[in-house]
Ligand binder design. Structure first.
Ligand SMILES: [Zn+2]
Length: 362
């Protein structure tokens, strides 16, 4: 009995020791990746989900590296095909709706955003005709032209400009209605006329879905949020959450769809990333992918590093729709993240999926 108890305690301690020592990488910055490799061994690596075991105590790790490490339990790490999930019943109304997504319209949005100049919020980009500012204005005009209540939500003063999200809401009285948020960031790391995949592709996706849903009646309010400052600590979405708290909208949000890097791909796989408490909901998304798209859905957990995270932290279901990271975009966060490397048909499939998710839960 004592022996069993001792063994049980020993294995419990061993388990907690191992768990304490595992960290999810919440950055893929090249400098960080090479630094962390000196201090750790990779213990899990599938798609976007990578965890390491430290070779030294956390206190011995330099603080600029430590900020990109998140403690994780080995059992929380998951990134695998949703093969066990079956198709959702086909609905002609949804199929008709997603057939109105227009690839040339979407392309024109991606081009407009990519060729605006530099879209970074950190660092150099402070002039009033910066790419970031021009993109915000472009998105504002598009949302307004689709007939939405459009708002420039500014949350930070820069030297010569303000840092703002652009928000579009369904017209009409939706104050007491449940809400769905469709989010994607339009800032980039700041190379001239780049950031096509990260994340002109997702911001343009928010615009194209806004255009499509402007012609479609929903019970819920749709809130399209083209957010800023994602590349600087997800600043725009954290500010948006605060705004939703002030306006009383936060508790009425059913879920949030995030599009970040949806247009570079070679294998047809989409990662649907969330946290473990929402795995079943992510599987619902995967089942819609099987019904309405040619995508091969993977479920990825836990969530890190994009605009779905602030929603999940509030206990609101959110998923990131993102290209498969196993076969990585070689131009991620580089000046070569240009339009000519994008896979348009793949992006179209992700737009179809997210439109189907919204329509299914409208
Ligand atoms: Zn991004």
């Amino acid at each position: 009995m004592i022996k069993i108890l001792f063994l049980a305690l020993f294995s419990l301690n061993l388990a907690s020791f191992c768990q304490e020592n595992y960290y999810l990488l919440i950055s893929r910055d090249e400098a960080f990746i090479s630094q962390i490799s000196e201090f750790s061994d990779i213990v899990y690596d599938s798609g976007r989900t990578r965890a390491v075991k430290l070779k030294k105590p956390l206190s011995d790790i330099p603080s600029d590296i430590k900020v990109f490490l998140k403690p994780v339990k080995i059992g929380e790490l998951y990134n695998a095909p949703a093969d066990h999930i079956s198709k959702k019943a086909f609905n002609k109304e949804i199929s008709d709706l997603i057939s109105t997504i227009n690839l040339s319209t979407y392309k024109s949005y991606v081009e407009n955003i990519t060729y605006s100049g530099k879209r970074n919020t950190g660092g150099l980009d402070l002039s009033s005709d910066s790419g970031n500012r021009k993109t915000a204005d472009f998105i504002w005009e598009k949302f307004s032209s689709f007939g939405y209540k459009t708002e420039k939500h500014c949350y930070k003063d820069r030297k010569a400009d303000k840092e703002c999200n652009i928000i579009a809401r369904t017209k009409g009285n939706f104050e007491n209605k449940r809400k769905i948020v469709i989010v994607g960031h339009f800032d980039s790391v700041g190379y001239q006329d780049a950031g096509a995949d990260d994340n002109a592709s997702g911001a343009a996706g928010v615009l194209e879905l806004a255009r499509v849903f402007s012609q479609y009646k929903t019970e819920r309010e749709l809130i399209f949020a083209a957010v800023n400052g994602e590349e600087n600590s997800i600043a725009g979405t954290y500010a948006l959450i605060n705004r939703f708290k002030e306006t009383g909208d936060l508790g009425k949000i059913d879920f949030a769809v995030n599009m970040d890097m949806i247009a570079w791909n070679k294998d047809g796989i989409i990662e649907i990333e969330t946290n473990k408490e929402f795995k079943a909901k992510a599987e619902e998304v995967a089942s819609l992918a099987k019904t309405y798209t040619s995508l091969k859905p993977y479920i990825a957990m836990p969530a890190w590093g994009s605009d779905h995270v602030p929603f999940l932290e509030q206990g609101i279901f959110s998923y990131l729709s993102i290209e498969h990271w196993q076969d990585h975009n070689p131009c991620y966060h580089k000046s070569c993240d240009k339009i000519d490397s994008l896979n348009w048909n793949y992006a179209l499939e992700i737009l179809k999926l997210n439109a189907a998710v919204i329509a299914e839960n409208k």
